[in-house]
Design a protein around this ligand. Structure first.
Ligand code: PLP
Length: 388
């Protein structure tokens, strides 16, 4: 298997840990263990009682039960806990795809949703969300792509990076298009519970038996450090993951499974804080974009914590993002990693003061550039000099 490098991860390696103002991540602000212990009724005794043993292959029973109650009509047999949804994507594709299979994948999208299928040797057909439509999914375009030869359809709604989503009224038609072809559906629902002015979409794995539905602690719950994700689907499909799981990760850690289980049981407590926080940041972003339509063009997101704006006069945003990272301590992600060089992924899930500071620095950098378009790269900080 040949996997290409993911420019998004390269960018994060370079800037995520060396900047303090995060305007680029795709999740809500992360929680500390102290905060979680207060919010989720975790006592010291609970932590002390954990033995760092192996956990069962599909995940510990408490975690599977909590996930099943929240997402899978209470049936734990339809749940496998995974090392982030990253592992779930890898397992689903490697268990179900063969070289030269036809795979229809939403574009733009998170890199592993297409690169794993590509690494297996599949033929990718891209379901393009077009900037001129505000990235709104076009079901006629999907219908034209999906055929009886399609082995898998891969989507992520609400979508990283665009924030676009299927509308609830489109959902049934969407599922019908996939079901008519008999293809597997890999549904990445990383942002299902974070919507803005639109209803949450239904759980597709309960409606279509060839669906594998992925979720994660990393985005709406602000717990990427647990490295816990999950896959929901028919037990016979999940069973096909086992040989790979045995070779790759064997099981999760009982410690992070415990934290994830508490977080799922009390998920609404976490969402009640971080959801409105993201919504307030989105209101700030919306006000800024409306006030500065001379600088920025965008479509407000329907879900998730990211928007995908373009800036007038900037055809390639990499230099802008590098300047923000190196000179202004701000993480902003260039759109090149998602196939749109003229855009940036702008995350609005973070702490509010930090978000406001980031937006101010972005604004200043954009207006400085507009005032001095010929500002030479020599005048900027030289490569390698990373101020803190
Ligand atoms: C849409 C989407 N799916 C999956 C992932 C993988 O996340 P994790 O492995 O942390 O669950 C990400 C991470 O950015 C993502 O944005």
């Amino acid at each position: 298997m040949k996997l290409r490098r993911a420019p998004l991860e390269d960018w994060m390696r370079d800037f995520y840990f060396d900047t303090t103002v995060d305007l680029g991540s795709s999740g809500v602000q992360c929680w500390s263990l102290a905060e979680l212990r207060g919010l989720l009724d975790i006592r010291q005794d609970d932590l002390d009682a954990i033995t760092l043993d192996d956990s069962p292959s599909y995940g510990g029973p408490a975690l599977r039960t909590a996930l099943a109650r929240r997402f899978a009509d209470g049936d734990p047999d339809r749940v496998m806990a995974t090392h982030g949804s990253t592992e779930a994507i890898f397992l689903a594709m490697n268990a179900l795809l063969e070289p030269s299979d036809e795979v229809v994948v939403v574009d733009p999208g998170y890199h592993s949703l297409w690169s794993i299928a590509e690494s297996i040797g599949c033929r990718l057909k891209r379901w393009r969300l077009r900037p001129e439509d505000g990235f709104a999914p076009d079901l006629d375009a999907l219908r034209a792509l999906v055929t009886p030869a399609t082995r898998m359809v891969v989507v992520n709604f609400p979508n990283n990076p665009t924030g676009a989503s299927l509308r609830p009224e489109q959902f049934e038609e969407f599922l019908g298009i996939v079901a008519d072809s008999g293809a597997y559906l890999v549904w990445d629902g990383a942002f299902t519970e974070l919507t803005h002015g639109t209803a949450q979409l239904p759980e597709p794995s309960l409606l279509y038996d060839r669906c594998l539905s992925l979720g994660t602690m990393s985005k709406a719950y602000g717990l990427p450090g647990t490295r816990v994700g999950w896959c929901l689907g028919a037990p016979e499909l999940l069973a096909r993951f086992l040989p790979l799981r045995d070779a790759l990760t064997i099981c999760l850690s009982p410690l992070t499974e415990f934290i994830a289980e508490r977080a799922i049981v009390h998920a609404d407590r976490l969402l009640a804080i971080r959801g409105p926080q993201a919504a307030r940041n989105l209101a700030r972003l919306t006000a800024w974009a409306e006030e500065h339509a001379d600088l920025v063009s965008w479509t407000p997101p329907l879900g998730g914590c990211t928007a995908f704006p373009a800036f007038h006069g900037i055809e390639d945003t990499e230099e802008l993002c590098r300047e923000l990272g190196r000179n202004h301590d701000v993480l902003l992600v260039p759109g090149s990693g998602f196939g749109h060089r003229d855009r940036v992924r702008l995350g609005f899930g973070g702490a509010e003061a930090e978000f406001t500071a980031g937006l101010t620095r972005l604004h200043r950098t954009l207006t400085d550039r507009a005032a001095t378009p010929a500002l030479s790269s020599a005048a900027r900080r030289p490569e390698g000099a990373l101020p803190r």
